[in-house]
Write a protein that binds this ligand. Structure first.
Ligand code: FES
Length: 295
């Protein structure tokens, strides 16, 4: 059995669903303010915020723990623990925001990740308080906290790399999307003002026609960059004068014009396609990134 098989088993641990539902309700109530929630997801950064903040906390805790493990100077390890505790506050908030908009199997692993990390935080906070009295107890707690932080980070790595939580689910489109023009169908057959799904080669695309000429048509990837929901099933709306599409799963909002993120949880834009009308037929090809050849 491989060491990470147990984490895979956690993905199927239905016993975690009830506490997850209760906690999700609380998190969603606390994060009703959309601007705050967007900020915690990292929409302003164009990147998930939680992993960046967690690096600072984890690095501080690991360093403090190693100093205490070898009997190093108390002042340095205490400073690092304090930095870890302070940086954990926004890291934890950002983590809960991301967790509340994830799949069930991701929430199960995420719940254990959070429980392990909260226990580590309690160890470090107690270690800091014990510094003035029994130093050895503080050192032991710091080392235990470091081990737990490492375990929490392993679960976080599983969430990010194995379960693709926080990953950009549109990343591959410029790589696998068709570089040659693909026929999507006669322009007249696309309904006005209602997005539909078509295939450009093997890639599902979202097509919105707003008029009778090619510039009135937008073609985007149909997969939401957050967790791959079919975007054509979402609702259209207008935000700040821009036509936007709201993802049907976790309500990320994207500008139809360029796929840009207006509201999270998504932090990456929807990949776009170039389109043209030839002989009344709509065609599309992937809009490649500079230096990235299309498939
Ligand atoms: S799949 Fe989660 S916001 Fe689209």
């Amino acid at each position: 059995m491989r060491p990470f098989d147990d984490i895979v088993r956690l993905e199927r641990a239905e016993a975690l669903d009830r506490p997850a539902a209760a906690i999700r309700g609380v998190v969603q109530r606390l994060l009703r303010n959309r601007a705050l929630k967007d900020a915690l997801h990292g929409v302003w950064l164009g990147h998930p915020l939680h992993p960046a903040l967690a690096q600072l906390a984890l690095g501080s805790f690991t360093s403090a723990s190693l100093i205490d493990a070898v009997g190093g100077r108390r002042r340095e390890s205490s400073g690092l623990i304090a930095l870890g505790l302070i940086s954990s506050v926004p890291a934890v908030a950002a983590g809960w925001a991301d967790w509340s908009d994830s799949h069930e199997d991701q929430q199960r692993v995420g719940l254990v990740h959070a429980a392990v990390n909260v226990t580590a935080l309690a160890c470090f906070a107690t270690a800091l308080l014990r510094r003035r009295g029994d130093r050895s107890a503080g050192q032991v707690l710091s080392v235990v906290g470091g081990i737990l932080s490492g375990a929490g980070a392993a679960l976080g790595g599983h969430l990010g790399y194995r379960q693709a939580t926080g990953a950009n689910h549109g990343e591959e489109v410029p790589h696998v999307g068709p570089g040659d023009w693909q026929t999507l169908g006669p322009l007249e057959e696309f309904p006005l003002g209602r997005p539909v799904r078509r295939l450009a080669g093997d890639v599902p695309v979202f097509v919105l026609r707003r008029g009778g000429i090619s510039s009135d048509v937008t073609v985007l990837s149909d997969r939401c960059p957050h967790l791959s929901a079919p975007l054509h099933e979402g609702g259209l709306s207008e935000v700040d004068g821009e036509v936007c599409i709201t993802c049907p799963w976790h309500a990320s909002v994207f500008r139809v014009r360029d796929g840009g993120v207006v509201h999270g949880p998504a932090t990456a834009p929807v990949p776009g396609f170039e389109s043209r009308v030839e002989g009344g037929v709509l065609q599309a090809r992937v809009r490649t990134l500079p230096g990235v050849p299309a498939g």
